[in-house]
Design a protein around this ligand. Structure first.
Ligand code: C2E
Ligand code: CA
Ligand code: CA
Ligand code: CA
Length: 276
């Protein structure tokens, strides 16, 4: 009985700690959203496997906390989703990314696509399309340079509204990528129903290329599937030359990963583009 009680106390203690941490993150994230020096976007190049040129980047949020230093997105995106803070946060990310596209355009790099991660809640939000189309109008950025990255699981719920939102995005000329493809719980039939443009092969299938036979089978099948459906395919998590060569042989369109570059600041992206 003693022991059981201790175990119980141990769990509540753990749960309390988690709750306190969550509340702390929530409060501090709220603060970070009002100051403009803590949040920033980094960008990771996406390279065309035929030309070896940077054709796009993925925008990845970074939070530089004044005392704690960098807090990884996986530690606060979830909290932001649970508390609703993902809505203002997601708006900030989109605005920042579109502003950057504009800046690059003015520097003469007018063909660099930017991928932006969109969380489930943000995607389902009633004013999402309206706010986004206003932003694009105001900045006069070419919508086809924006690629929204959505996970399979976000597309699972509420199919009718989802098709509607995706159709509206398509009509605006925005590109849609399925992120972490192959890890979700959905059937493949949605690929026919939803107007998407791109599949992003999840990194877990890419790390061990070309040695792992199962991963080879999965990756080459995804590439074929994408091409048969008329979609572009990007492999994430390319960490070495061997993986790159395999993807090239399999006619994958683009790659993203540490082998070419880690996510870097906007300034560093500009110098990478200038040096091409
Ligand atoms: P994700 O969308 O799957 O992004 C890819 C993650 O893999 C990034 O981690 C990136 O830095 C990392 N990565 C890229 N290449 C390699 C590689 O070769 N090897 C390895 N080991 N890792 C690689 P990051 O930046 O920590 O982001 C983690 C997740 O946080 C993202 O996963 C995404 O789900 C979420 N996230 C990041 N930024 C945003 C944002 O602005 N909005 C939303 N809603 N989510 C975001
Ligand atoms: Ca992503
Ligand atoms: Ca991904
Ligand atoms: Ca992921």
């Amino acid at each position: 009985k003693e022991k059981g009680r201790n175990t119980y106390m141990f769990y509540t203690d753990e749960m309390n700690k988690k709750l306190v941490k969550k509340l702390q993150i929530e409060n501090e994230l709220r603060k970070a959203l009002t100051t403009n020096d803590q949040l920033m976007l980094h960008y990771q190049p996406q390279v065309d496997l035929k030309t070896n040129k940077i054709v796009g980047v993925e925008a990845l949020i970074r939070w530089l906390h004044p005392e704690k230093g960098y807090i990884p997105p996986l530690e606060f995106i979830q909290v932001a989703e649970e508390t609703g803070l993902i809505i203002p946060l997601g708006e900030w990310v989109l605005k920042e990314a579109v502003t950057e596209i504009k800046k690059w355009q003015q520097l003469g790099f007018d063909n660099i696509r930017v991928g932006v991660n969109i969380s489930n809640k943000q995607f389902q939000h009633p004013s999402f399309i309206n706010d986004l189309s206003k932003l694009l109008e105001k900045t006069r950025v070419n919508p086809s340079l924006l690629e929204l990255e959505i996970t399979e699981n976000s597309l699972l719920e509420n199919t009718k509204a989802t098709v509607e939102t995706l159709t509206q995005l398509k009509e605006l000329g925005i590109q849609i990528a399925i992120d972490d493809f192959g890890t979700g719980y959905s059937s493949l039939s949605y690929l026919q129903t939803f107007p998407i443009t791109t599949l992003k092969i999840d990194q877990t299938f890419v790390y061990h290329l070309p040695d792992n036979k199962g991963d080879r089978a999965i990756v080459s099948s995804i590439i074929n599937l994408a091409h048969n459906l008329g979609l572009r395919v990007i492999a994430e998590g390319v960490e070495n030359k061997e993986a790159l060569c395999y993807l090239q042989e399999e006619q994958c369109n683009e790659m993203q990963g540490y082998y070419f570059s880690r996510p870097v600041s906007a300034d560093e992206i500009i110098s990478l583009l200038k040096n091409e």
